[in-house]
Design a binder for this molecule. Structure first.
Ligand code: Z5A
Length: 215
């Protein structure tokens, strides 16, 4: 949990496979929370700072990123995260805002750990170094079968997938399994939602969980 001596805010992260519906649900949750009069700080990973957006470009789009080894990939995601935590997330939590992040440390556990086969110990150590003690109060995982997620992404990307989108189906199956495992490992923080339901149904279920857990 975030260090409550420095933080009176609340922190929610969204996770899931690409195309699972995170952005859709983040927009809807922000609408509800703003209606309730709360200050919302919405961010994304990798990115959310000038430095983080440059790193995002290298990780996903630039030629320099092609052929990067999994260890470099892990460290670049962590570098972007460390900057985001210290310059955006902690100040917002200190002001009492609700921070909503599209991806956070669990993405590294799942993509670089489970899917790229990096050992869990070093991945956890790098994650810990990047975030300090700033863990989300609630992590929303939107789960969809791999075939559904790949079909949604293909439809949207129109033939221009980024470096990670170009991975094969077994990679994304490992991603999905690892998210489901996270839900079993951390039930107090991580809640899994069925992303094959209608956007309205998912929105209502997330809203109920946010009210229950964050007050
Ligand atoms: N990555 C990593 O490897 N390690 C890390 O530490 C971090 C990230 C932080 C970032 O991708 C990539 O970096 C990501 C993991 C890796 N790569 N992958 N794969 P990104 O930021 O470019 O994208 P994303 O985070 O994966 O999300 P996305 O592609 O933008 O998808 P989404 O936000 O989950 O879904 P969406 O945009 O809301 O919806 C997708 C489509 O489905 C859209 O057409 C919607 O209208 C539709 N949709 C949404 N909900 C529904 C429902 N309920 N039913 C039917 N259709 C729906």
């Amino acid at each position: 949990m975030p260090n409550l001596t420095i933080s009176s805010g609340r922190f929610i992260s969204f996770e899931g496979s690409e195309g699972s519906g995170k952005s859709t649900q983040i927009t809807r949750l922000i609408g509800r929370l703003r209606h309730a009069g709360r200050e919302i700080v919405s961010t994304r990973e990798p990115g959310g700072t000038d430095l983080g957006e440059r790193i995002r470009d290298i990780l996903l789009h630039k030629d320099e990123g092609q052929g990067m080894c999994p260890e470099s990939e892990l460290l670049l995601f962590a570098a972007a995260r460390a900057q985001l935590v210290r310059t955006v997330i902690i100040p917002a939590l200190q002001r009492g805002a609700i921070v909503i992040s599209d991806r956070y440390l669990d993405s590294s556990t799942v993509y670089q750990g489970a899917a790229r086969n990096l050992a869990p110990g070093p991945v956890a150590a790098v994650n810990g170094f990047a975030i300090g003690d700033v863990l989300p109060h609630l992590t929303v995982v939107i789960d969809v079968p791999t075939e559904v997620s790949l079909a949604r992404v293909r439809q949207r990307s129109a033939g221009q997938p980024d470096r990670i989108e170009r991975e094969d189906a077994p990679f994304f199956k490992k991603v999905r399994e690892a998210y489901l495992q996270l839900g079993r490992n951390w039930p107090q923080r991580v809640v899994i939602f069925d992303g094959t339901q209608s956007p309205d149904d998912i929105e209502n279920k997330i809203w109920a969980e946010v009210q229950k857990r964050l007050g």
